[in-house]
Design a protein around this ligand. Structure first.
Ligand SMILES: [Zn+2]
Length: 462
């Protein structure tokens, strides 16, 4: 009789571990990719199966719930291989990919095909969002849920090309090829379906009517701010929360960017909304004052706003009102980003610098141990994987990051593993470095370089 080979047993020994009870000096024992126990230090001799983590912090892997792999659709920008190599290098052990790939992920069959493609290339675990179109039916959403969708994303104000099966950055619908963007009516019609499926509804929260009224030539950064006022964010949040609350739908606000949007969200939370909030490192580290230095790489939608907006968002993250920091990693080529401001597409890479930038922010706020809550615990709850990921505790996946607090990192293009090596936080320094990264007990990156094969698996909510 052939015995089934047990998965590699591993001990991460000698580090300071982020546990649900706070930082503890324990060894993490792993078998078959799962954490089996946290044990008080024994003088484990270094050897096979023992990782020497003395002097290191052992943190739960980050779950970036907002990335754009561009795969399938735009291989010149990124694909699942390069996305997840960058994720692994930065301590992100799970990515959740947005549905605006091509074909857009608007039904279960499309999601299954995308999952197979991702599985063949992914170096970290992954989940997939489904798409809500203005024409989406209950059957389509149900098929997405059966195929394992993490939830559903509605891009308010973004039209859909029927011929290209692709979301476009336009609200125009004169062209017969273009299907109207989803609107509040779409949300109201489908919220009961989403609610019955028990999954979150994510919105790109900028009110299309306000954006249409403030359209103008985008020949300066101040013109971008004037064209996308924070009221557009606040109005979309209030309206979507009212709709979601009417049937008890979990609503998630992607990339919160403004103090006004935050006020609208806090008002809804006070009224009992099942609302979760996400912001991104670019809104926590940059303001409009940085545009002359950073340039078009800083062009993202919604825009990076003022220092006052940034301060309000940092405060909300610190208070735990915003529970999720994700990246909106959205690569475009150097050539695309070098176009005149008006024509340069919105979006920039960021997955690799998520953890280090959050550790730095948490340290400056007085407690670096808060960072894993923002990038790991909070996101795990949104994605519905909080029973297997997001914490270092027995029974959970051994998704672990060894962080070295004795060596800092400067964000330089030469370190970046995305197909696009630029980033809005380029030049920034973190007081930490990422030494080793494990996905389900398997080493996937060391010192910023990928290790091993594409072992990523799809995760689905439960
Ligand atoms: Zn996005």
């Amino acid at each position: 009789m052939i015995e089934r080979a047990a998965g590699p047993a591993l001990v991460i020994a000698g580090g300071t571990v982020h546990t649900p009870d706070g930082p503890r000096r324990v060894d993490v024992h792993i078998s078959d990719g799962v954490i089996t126990s946290l044990e008080e230090r024994r003088s484990a001799s270094p050897g096979p199966g023992v990782v020497d983590a003395r002097g290191m912090y052992v943190l739960p892997g980050a779950i970036d719930v907002h990335v754009h792999s561009r795969d399938p659709g735009f291989p010149e920008k990124e694909d699942f291989g390069t996305l997840t190599a960058a994720a692994a290098a930065g301590g992100v052990t799970t990515v959740v990919d947005m549905p605006n790939t091509v074909p857009a992920v608007d039904a279960g069959g499309v999601l299954e095909a995308k999952a197979a493609l991702a599985h063949s290339k992914a170096r970290v675990d992954f989940g997939l969002w489904g798409l809500i179109r203005s024409s989406s039916t209950a059957e389509q959403l149900e098929s997405l849920a059966r195929a394992g969708a993490i939830g559903f994303k509605a891009y308010l104000g973004y039209a859909f090309s029927l011929g290209r099966k692709q979301i476009l950055y336009t609200a125009e619908t004169d062209d017969p090829d273009l299907e109207a963007p989803p609107d509040y009516g779409t949300l109201l019609r489908l919220a009961p379906v989403v609610s019955a499926l028990g999954l979150p509804l994510v919105i790109h929260a900028e009110d299309p009517g306000i954006l249409a009224a403030f359209r103008r030539p985008l020949d300066s950064y101040s013109a971008i701010l004037a064209a996308r006022p924070p009221e557009a964010e606040a109005v979309a949040i209030s309206a979507a929360a009212a709709i979601a609350d009417s049937v008890g739908t979990r609503l998630h606000i992607a990339h919160l960017s403004s103090a006004l949007g935050l006020m609208a969200a806090e008002a809804a939370l006070k009224d009992g909304s099942r609302l979760s909030l996400e912001t991104c490192p670019q809104y926590l580290w940059l303001s409009d004052q940085d545009f002359p230095r950073v340039g078009n790489v800083m062009k993202v939608y919604p825009p990076v706003r003022t220092a006052l907006d940034r301060a309000a968002l940092i405060d909300a993250v610190d208070r735990g009102v915003i529970r999720i920091v994700a990246t909106d990693h959205a690569p475009h080529t150097n050539e695309e980003k070098a176009r005149p401001l008006e024509l340069a597409p919105a979006g920039s890479p960021g997955v690799q610098t998520l953890y280090l930038s959050c550790l730095e922010l948490a340290k400056r706020l007085g407690d670096m141990w808060k960072a894993p809550r923002w990038v790991s615990e909070g996101p795990a709850a949104l994605a519905g994987v909080h029973e297997s990921k997001g914490q270092i505790t027995p029974g959970f996946d051994a998704d672990l990051v060894l962080v070295d607090p004795r060596r800092g990192t400067e964000f330089r293009p030469s370190l970046m593993r995305s197909r696009q090596r630029h980033g809005a936080l380029e030049g920034m320094r973190s007081s930490f470095s990422i030494a080793e990264v494990y996905v389900r007990g398997r080493l996937v990156a060391r010192e910023g370089r990928k290790v091993g094969k594409a072992i990523g698996r799809m995760v689905a909510p439960r």
